[in-house]
Design a protein around this ligand. Sequence first.
Ligand code: SAM
Ligand code: SF4
Length: 446
Amino acid sequence: MNERRYLLRTFGCQMNEHDSERIAGLLTADGYVSTEDASDASVVVFNTCAIRENADNRLYGNLGHLRPLKQKNPRMRIVVAGCLAQKDGGTIQQRAPWVDVVIGTHALPGLLDLLHRAETGGPQMDVSEVTEVFPSALPALRGVSHHAWVSIAVGCDNACTFCIVPLVRGPQRSRSIGDVLAEVQGLARRGVVEITLLGQNVNTFGRDLTVPGSPRKPLFAELLRAVNEVEDLRRIRFTSPHPHDFTPDVIDAMAESDKVCEHIHFPLQSGSDRVLKAMQRSYRRERYLEWLERIRAAIPGIAVSTDIIVGFPGETGDDFGETLDLVRRARFDQAYTFQYSPRPGTRAATMEDQVPKPVVQERFDRLVALQEAIALEGMRAQVGSTAEVLVEGTGRKGRTQGRTRTNRLVHLDGEHAPGTFLDARIVAAHPHHLDGELVRETVAVG
Ligand code: SAM
Ligand code: SF4
């Protein structure tokens, strides 16, 4: 057995993908190589998510599967990282004593140190609550060479009553524009053509950097414009803007920056004002729709995706009807739909009127059916057009897959290397992807 292999499993959102690239970077720098086979691994890392309850069950299920392997190979090190590690801390090693290292979201820079200490000192844990070094400063190993996640801020200052993120990621801390720019310039020099800027609420990026009491606004629009100037970069995406803090200067920056893609992820959560209030989401349905109208007027053809939670405590049939109505009016190109999941420590978890599971399921199914029909109509409207596609790789059926600037997934025949730009004529539509035919390769991967 090779003593220096690691297996890394990532759960949850793009922020975890970003952190996993750093975990892989640290392990690689220490001489490990990656494996997909747990029985061949000397280190297994689960980078976990705590957003919904099933994440917990999944983690303990996965840890249970590893137990016999660890018994066979006591030198195997098992690491639990990420949001569940931050949330559950010592409980993880109580429930699964064969876990060697529990490392929270703020402690990533100490990963190798903890692993080395676990060799001689037994189980280790660091769930400190202060980010001293941004994970962005750590070495990264990316799964693909044409795209990179770029964190612009960690943590969140909001207190949406359903959400555990502020508890596990702490308050917002922004990086400086100079720091972000230096990273993006370095990435572009190394052949990255597309970046996604990450923050829980990108609109408040820089709020913690500005002088309190000064009239200076948050800096997100400024950042977009600065990143747009980076040579050799072709596409800029970002996630997520918060409808409450959205500002017109961001629309202007998007419209005027040619590299910023025509796609926005604009999380709604609920179409009912009563539920939005209980969620502590401080915008209302009409304001949300107004923003959508302004964004679509300024950026023709922009695609819009969203997040919606079904079955928040106290959600009535009428509230849910408001969500369906808003979905009909908003005509989202894509929606990530979630059944509400109570998270210990959040306000909503202790609210009365938790909605029974069968009711949530029935509403959820209706919402998904409506949204699928709307998404399909949006996809059908693309047929006959020609779109620029950035190739991501090969799909299960051996077809090339890539994305348009509007973030629509396109399947086409023929082999094209990841990172290649091509023009494709759209010939057929499905709810979640389009079929395309190659018109020409515009830029082959370098
Ligand atoms: N910062 C982002 C925002 O404000 O939209 C959200 C980040 S969160 C990682 C992604 C999505 O998970 C949320 O938009 C929400 O729809 C969903 N989510 C968060 N907590 C949830 C919960 N307790 N139950 C169900 N879905 C949840
Ligand atoms: Fe969670 Fe709300 Fe912060 Fe998004 S804005 S991470 S939903 S608390």
